[in-house]
Every structure is written in C-alpha cells, then in structure tokens.
Ligand binder design. Structure first.
Ligand SMILES: Nc1ncnc2c1ncn2[C@@H]1O[C@H](COP(=O)(O)OP(=O)(O)OP(=O)(O)O)[C@@H](O)[C@H]1O
Ligand SMILES: [Mg+2]
Length: 413
C-alpha cells in the first residue's frame, strides 16, 4: 500500500498513518488474490489487491478528515464497498455476470470536500487513484488529451503494475463542463464527444498501455519485442476500475426548482420549491441532469448520485478545529520550523471561519483568509526573537497591530 500512496500528490491530503491498525491488520490476513493469464513481472508478484472494509469503517475514516457531508460519506462508503467486494469475489472465482458497476456522481459547490473525500477513501483502501479535470480532454485527443490517458496514468501511479491499476479509482472533476446546454444546437460537440469516449471506459474496455499518439513509446515497445523481452500484457482492462465524477453544476438548482414548480399546486413536491440550494441540488434527478446537457448514456452509467452541501461558518470552524487535515497543522508546522509555537484559540478560529464563510469558496476560503492574516507574521517572526504567539479574535481582526505589539514587546526585553 505504501508504494502506491507515496506516488500520490496532495500534500494537504490525509496520510495513511492514521489508518486504524485493526483495519490494516485484517487486510493482510486475507488470502492474496492472483489473476491468471497475466505475465508476472517483479512488481506484479507482490501481494495483490485485498479488501475487507465495511461501509461504516470507511465512513468513520472519512469523518476524521472531512467535516459534514454525512450523506456523501454514507453513499460513497456503500458504493466503494459494493465495488471492491464485487472485485474481490470475482477474482476469487465467484463471478457475477449481470453486475452493474457502481460508478458515482458527486454534485456540489467548490471547496466543500468532494476531492478530499475520494482521495481519503482511495488512500484507506490502498488502491491507485488518479484525478483529472474533464475539461482537459478533447474528443480527438490531439488537443488536451485523450480520456484513455487517465487509465495509463493509473498504471504509472501504481508503479507500472497492471493488476493494481486495474483496481484503481479514476476521479474526473468538472464533468458539468462537458454538458451541451442547448441540445441539438451543434455547439459544445467536444463535450459530447468526450462523454461518448468515456462510456466504454466506464464499463469494460481494453486500453493500450502505450498511447497510439506516443511515437517514442511505440518504438520502445517494438524494440523490446524484437530483443525477445518477456512478453507482457499490453492492454489494461477497465472492468474493475471505479469511476467517480463530480461537478459544481451551477444553475442546476434553478432547473430543479422549475421542475418542482411545474407540479400541481397541491402536490407535496410543490412546497419544496422554497428550499435552499443544497436541498434543491439533493433532489436532482436523471431528467434534470439530461436537461442540464449531459448525455443519457453517460448519466446512465453513473447510478450512484449524491450532493455535497455548502459549508457554513460552523462547518468551517469545525474544519479548522476538528479535521485531522486542518490547515492549522500546516501553520503550526511552518512556524514550528523556526522554533515558534502557535496556539490557535477558539475565538481566533471562529473569526477565521466567519471571514472564510464570506469568501463563498468553501474550505478554500480558509486558505485565502489565513494567508492574508498570517502573511506578515510569516515574513517577520522567523527573524525575530519571538518564540510563540496565540491566534485570537483580536489578532484576526487586526493582524498588523498584534504583530507590532508582539515584536515591540519582545524587542523591548
Ligand atoms: N468538508 C471538509 N472538511 C474538511 N476539509 C475540507 C472540507 N472541504 C474542503 N476541505 C479542505 O479544502 C480543500 C479543498 O477541498 P476539495 O479539493 O475537496 O474541494 P472540492 O469540493 O473538490 O472543490 P472543487 O469543486 O473546486 O474541486 C481540501 O484539501 C481540504 O483541506
Ligand atoms: Mg475537487
């Protein structure tokens, strides 16, 4: 597991350090699952994929890093368990020919933990994980890239281990940007083309390990074959790769509201039109997603859907105070590197959260606010004799005066 995790980016993401020992121990007790018919290389002879987690264990783990999003945690935990238990059983010889893959669609505003949830889950399960924005792909693959590159990326992330890559998670953000808002208008053809290219991948496709556009790679593969190298499997199957897609879907709440308004006045749905954006988004149906401009075939392959809610001031306070991946640890570490101890008091955290809530960018607002508040502290304190300070409401309200006082007091001594 460790080799996969070390290959993942995301310094802000959680680490597996915190994975409960009980879970880790149970995972290695299981019989290794080997897959016949695949050429074994040194990397591939390692113990392969194991899975023995239960939905509540995953949800609990996610809860250590991600604040709120109870519904998303529940839905995601169940989908992940369904998927990886199915993979485990299949590889143990218990096939299920009519199994439908539980690909997931996450809706929700920016900075509320969508990527954080998926990354944390992938790290816990110990499967390779790739994340990309749907906007970087084009229909032809000449400009931007080809969706097959996602699968090849997964292969690289898994240390060129086909078996591990075939059990990975592909996370595609900004899928709402693939929508063709005006059906039949002929605009945004590329978005529709990318959706079409994704269809096969999301089900069961063989992806060549070397891209047809990669001339160097093609040449190397041909030369290796001529030299009589060990024949290796040259394609990667996507049957057991889980696809999770997400998007902010801005404006979707209006579509949902309009649909609800179209129902007869005495129907209970009608009363729900006065709901908040979060509540409206949570009621998104297949018809709404199609009206938004996504292709029915694409949406049909994403049977698991859940909306993430926006983060209010209380949530942001908890993100700072309770999340193990809280930004305050990053600040403690940054100041600690110069021997400066920072104490974050609750009133200080509350003011940071209140200011971040006004930014309207979810937990990302915390980064913006902290950067502004602590900018001069980071610049001045490392060269001063200050050995510590407390982050209070008055520091957040007026960082300049607090810094002056801090430096003045210390300098006067
Ligand atoms: N609910 C949350 N609990 C704890 N931390 C959070 C939460 N939401 C966001 N964060 C923090 O904010 C950062 C950005 O969140 P994330 O990347 O998950 O946003 P997102 O929902 O994927 O947004 P976008 O739609 O813009 O990609 C995370 O790395 C994490 O540190
Ligand atoms: Mg994201």
């Amino acid at each position: 597991m460790a080799d996969l995790i070390s290959g993942l980016p995301g310094a802000l993401g959680p680490t597996t350090k915190g994975v409960p020992r009980r879970i880790r121990a149970r995972k290695v007790e299981e019989e290794p699952i080997t897959k016949p018919g695949v050429a074994e290389t040194a990397a591939e002879s390692e113990p392969p994929f194991h899975f023995s987690l239960r939905p509540q264990e995953i949800a609990r783990h996610l809860g250590r890093f991600v604040i709120g999003q109870a519904e998303a945690k529940k839905v995601l935990s169940v989908a992940l368990c369904d998927h990886f238990q199915h993979v485990r059983l299949t590889e143990a010889g218990q096939t299920a020919p009519f199994y439908q893959k539980q690909n997931v669609l996450l809706l929700g505003p920016t900075g509320v933990g969508k990527t954080h949830l998926i990354r944390s889950a992938a790290e816990l399960i110990g499967v390779p994980f790739v994340k990309a924005d749907a906007t970087k792909f084009s229909e032809t693959g000449y400009v931007g890239g080809d969706v097959d590159d996602l699968i090849r990326d997964l292969y690289r992330r898994s240390g060129n281990n086909i078996r591990k890559a075939e059990h990975g998670i592909v996370y595609l953000d900004e899928v709402d940007k693939l929508a063709t808002r005006e059906p039949g208008s002929g605009r945004d053809v590329s978005g529709r083309g990318v959706q079409t290219n994704l269809l096969k991948l999301m089900e069961d496709a063989e992806v060549p390990l070397v891209s047809p556009n990669d001339m160097t790679g093609q040449l190397q593969a041909a030369m290796s074959a001529m030299r009589g190298g060990v024949p290796t499997k040259e394609t990667l199957n996507t049957r057991h790769i889980l696809f999770i897609v997400s998007g902010a879907f801005s404006g979707m709440e209006e579509l949902v509201r309009r649909r609800l308004l179209a129902t007869p006045p005495n129907e209970p749905q009608r009363r729900r039109t006065a709901l908040s954006i979060d509540a409206l988004l949570a009621q998104t149906t297949t018809a709404d997603l199609i009206a938004y401009g996504l292709e029915p075939e694409f949406i049909g392959r994403l049977p698991v859907r859940v909306a993430c809610h926006g983060l209010d001031e209380d949530d942001l306070f908890d993100v700072l105070r309770k999340s193990e991946s809280s930004l305050i640890h990053q600040y403690e570490r940054a100041f600690g590197a110069y021997g400066i101890a920072v104490e974050f008091r609750d009133d200080g955290l509350r003011s940071l959260a209140a200011r971040a809530a006004q930014e309207g960018t979810g937990a990302r607002g915390l980064m913006t606010v902290c950067e502004q508040v602590f900018r001069d502290f980071k610049f001045r304190l490392p060269s001063s004799r200050v050995k510590g300070f407390a982050v209070t409401e008055s520091l957040v309200r007026d960082p300049a005066s607090t810094l002056k006082k801090l430096l003045g007091i210390k300098q006067a001594r």
